[in-house]
Design a protein. Structure first.
Length: 229
């Protein structure tokens, strides 16, 4: 009887030691799981901070793009008006240049006629009335050429000024268009980052699976996961 009691006590001590070892192992795993969960929580918090920061950047970029788009439309309208003004001056200048060419052709013809009449009149020793008329006509042509020459100079200067104004307006439009495209690309990039941050999965070690286990009397019981069909 005494030996039997001693054997039972030894058996109980052995079971207690085994259970103690198992509990220590389980405690270590639980400690590891807790550390993993803390690390995962930090990652989640950092992820949320990144998302908020990213949302602010997206909002700021969208507002900047809207402002730039409005400025770009105004710049485009200004450039269009400057181009119309430039084309109007160019048309005027071409018209004046054509008139000058026609008058110069007419002047050459008038002078040629005057020379021929003058030679004939010298031969006949008389002044023909056509010579006087041609002289008056040539004088008027010369005055018109002077007036058109002044207009040509003014229009050439105005064309140069309008050309510079259009060049500056168009350059401003191109710069704002480029800025708008860059902002659009930045918004697209930030939205992609936001999508990745929203769908980011945080993994812990396999020790986290021990949360699905319950230790009873030194024996580990696994809770089966149920899946709906």
């Amino acid at each position: 009887m005494k030996h039997r009691i001693t054997g039972i006590i030894c058996l109980l001590l052995t079971v207690a030691v085994l259970c103690g070892d198992d509990l220590q192992d389980n405690q270590k795993k639980l400690d590891k799981v807790q550390k993993d969960l803390q690390a995962a929580q930090k990652k989640i918090e950092q992820n949320e901070r990144n998302k908020r920061k990213n949302e602010n950047e997206i909002s700021n970029s969208r507002r900047a793009k809207q402002k730039t788009d409005a400025e770009m439309r105004r710049s485009q309208e200004v450039a269009r008006e400057k181009l119309q003004a430039l084309n109007s001056v160019r048309t005027e200048l071409r018209t004046v240049e054509e008139q000058i060419r026609d008058l110069r052709t007419a002047q050459i013809s008038q002078l040629d006629k005057m020379v021929r009449l003058s030679r004939r009149n010298k031969t006949l020793k008389m002044v023909h009335k056509d010579e006087h008329c041609l002289a008056i006509l040539a004088s008027k042509t010369r005055n018109k050429l002077i007036t058109l020459g002044d207009a040509q100079s003014e229009l050439s200067y105005e064309q140069s000024q309008k050309g510079q104004e259009y060049s500056l307006a168009n350059s401003d439009f191109q710069n704002k268009s480029s800025t708008s495209k860059n902002l659009a690309a930045n918004v697209k990039k930030l939205e992609a980052q936001q999508s990745r941050l929203s769908s980011c999965l945080l993994y812990t070690s396999d020790a986290a699976d021990d949360l699905l286990c319950v230790i009873l009397g030194g024996r580990r019981i696994i809770k089966n996961k149920t899946h709906k069909a």
